[in-house]
Design a protein around this ligand. Structure first.
Ligand code: NAD
Ligand code: UGA
Length: 468
């Protein structure tokens, strides 16, 4: 059997690496339009940082795992084709700011239609709007060469920074197919691939529309938990309650559970916002205005939380940060990844830059070029927040990249933790305090430090959702 995956990104690369690892008898090829990405996958400097990934790549690359730009050849030779291309939010036209942009998706589908010379199973791995398989079927049959393309939905649930663990031990694998004899046969073929390492009871079979919709709903539920706890963090600050204690007590209820209740400066990452907005758009298109409004609020609270943090920094520092140096620890959207897509750090940094602060940023995995690129980008979304505006190119000059946390903090008026990297838990905060301007302010946007210990050193500390 041969598998081809179109799209060598955060999903395509790791998922195919794990299939190749667990199924040595299957030849797995990952193809991409980007020659640069493919070259990186074939080098020692992989295009993405993901713990444990490099070891698997080293084991399988050249054996039964290949990275190539020759899409036509590998598509035509494969039995199963995964589509794992990006499906971002549309930035213009109908549904701009909410609907999924399916340009890359359609282009991949057309490539399959053109390159196929025999029957194939085509698997939707990207996150797509419910009923996308309908359009996919039409595109695949457009040149009606008499080839049968059986479509499956097999959404991916991995989280960045823990992708390999998630892929090796998934909570579940979801496979949706058409409820026809050929559909059921195709489901069985894909189920057999996963059965190499995933226990039978973790492989869920559903109808195609349920599988497509479940992915959007899973992300909406996860993000909703974060917005819920973040909304409560504001109330904690107003009342003297501690959000960590509240989340712990609430999460102990087995019906609620402890995960995804960490208050933060807001969720980031490539998917939560885009998938919720997509869900909102689908609801609106189906005339479900109230349902759309309900989910919109999850994104609204997320923007509120980022603004609230910026406002807290400014108000604490005597209502001005102009000309003040602020050390930003962490820029990635979460720990253990270099991914900055939709990272809340962008909005927080832009908010501080608008107020004329000077930023010294340190992140263990994000490059200076990436930070400058992100801060120079326009916010092409429907945000109504005060701070989410275009950052003037001149203000980018106010941004520096430090090579470690101590360098970032040296001479600073304040430190802001924006990503929960483990190394920030172990820093010598006494040393940092001594190197800073006084009063030394500390804003912990991820609740990684013990505010009592920092106060004992002399810092003025603000932690999300904790008593001041
Ligand atoms: P990505 O941007 O990292 O990778 C997508 C790749 O597809 C890029 O390398 C791009 O060059 C390539 N591509 C685009 N159009 C192409 C075409 N026509 N032919 C060949 N290659 C093409 O995206 P990602 O983060 O891997 O996400 C892919 C999909 O998976 C999205 O729908 C996303 O929502 C979903 N998803 C992502 C994650 C995650 O953690 N990143 C998790 C689950 C699901
Ligand atoms: C998320 C989901 O967890 C995956 O299941 C899904 O496959 C993926 O989106 C996707 O579809 O792309 P990811 O965005 O990679 O994964 O990472 P998460 O761990 O979910 O974190 C997302 C954001 O929420 C991060 O900014 C993180 O810091 C934040 N977060 C997470 C919190 O603020 N509090 C929490 O308790 C948990």
């Amino acid at each position: 059997m041969k598998i081809c995956c179109i799209g060598a990104g955060y999903v395509g690369g790791p998922t195919m690496a794990v299939i190749a690892l667990k199924c040595p008898s299957i030849e797995v090829v990952v193809v991409d339009v980007s020659a640069k990405r493919i070259t990186a996958w074939n080098s020692d400097q992989l295009p993405i940082y993901e713990p444990g990934l490099y070891d698997i790549i080293k084991q399988c690359r050249g054996r039964n795992l290949l990275f190539s730009t020759d899409m036509e050849k590998h598509i035509s030779e494969s039995d199963i084709i995964f589509i794992s291309v990006n499906t971002p939010t549309k930035t213009s036209g109908l549904g701009a700011g909410k609907a999924a942009d399916l340009t890359y998706w359609e282009s991949a589908a057309r490539t399959i239609a053109d390159a196929s010379k025999s029957d194939k199973i085509v698997v939707e791995k990207s996150t797509v709007p419910v009923r996308t398989a309908e359009s996919l079927k039409r595109i695949l049959t457009h040149n009606s060469k008499g080839i049968n393309h059986e479509i499956l939905s097999n959404p991916e649930f991995l989280a960045e920074g823990q992708a390999i663990q998630d892929l090796l031990k998934p909570d579940r694998v979801l496979i949706g197919g058409f409820e026809t004899p050929q559909g059921r046969k195709a489901v069985q073929v894909l189920r057999d691939v996963y059965a190499h390492w995933v226990p039978e009871d973790r492989i869920i079979i559903a109808n195609l529309w349920s599988a497509e919709l479940s992915k959007l709903v899973a992300n909406a539920f996860l993000a909703q938990r974060i917005s819920s706890v973040n909304a409560i963090s504001a109330l904690c600050e107003a009342t003297g309650a501690d959000v960590s204690q509240v989340a712990y007590a609430v999460g102990k209820d087995s019906r609620i559970g402890p995960m995804f209740l960490n208050a933060s400066i807001g969720f980031g990452g490539s998917s939560f916002k885009k998938d919720i907005l997509n869900l909102v758009y689908i609801c609106e298109c189906n005339g479900l205005a109230e349902v759309a409004d309900y989910w919109k609020l999850v994104v609204k609270i997320n923007d509120y939380q980022k603004n609230r943090f910026v406002e807290r920094v400014i108000s604490s520092m005597f209502n001005t940060v102009a000309g003040k140096r602020i050390a930003v620890l962490g820029f990635a959207c979460k720990k253990d990844t270099g991914d900055t897509r939709e990272t809340p750090a962008i909005d927080v940094c832009k908010g501080l830059l608008e107020e004329k602060a000077t930023l010294s940023i340190y992140d263990p995995q994000v490059t200076k070029e990436q930070i400058q690129h992100d801060l120079a980008m326009n916010n092409s979304d429907l945000n109504h927040s005060n701070y989410l505006q275009l950052t003037n190119p001149a203000t980018i000059k106010q941004v520096g990249k430090a090579s470690n946390a101590y360098e970032a903090a040296k001479g600073a008026h304040a430190v802001c933790i924006l990503t929960e990297w483990d190394e920030f838990r172990k820093l010598d905060y006494q040393k940092i305090y001594e190197s800073m301007q006084k009063p030394a302010f500390f804003f912990d946007g991820r609740n990684v430090v013990d505010p009592h210990k920092l106060r004992a050193i002399g810092f003025v500390v603000y932690s999300i959702g904790k008593p001041l």
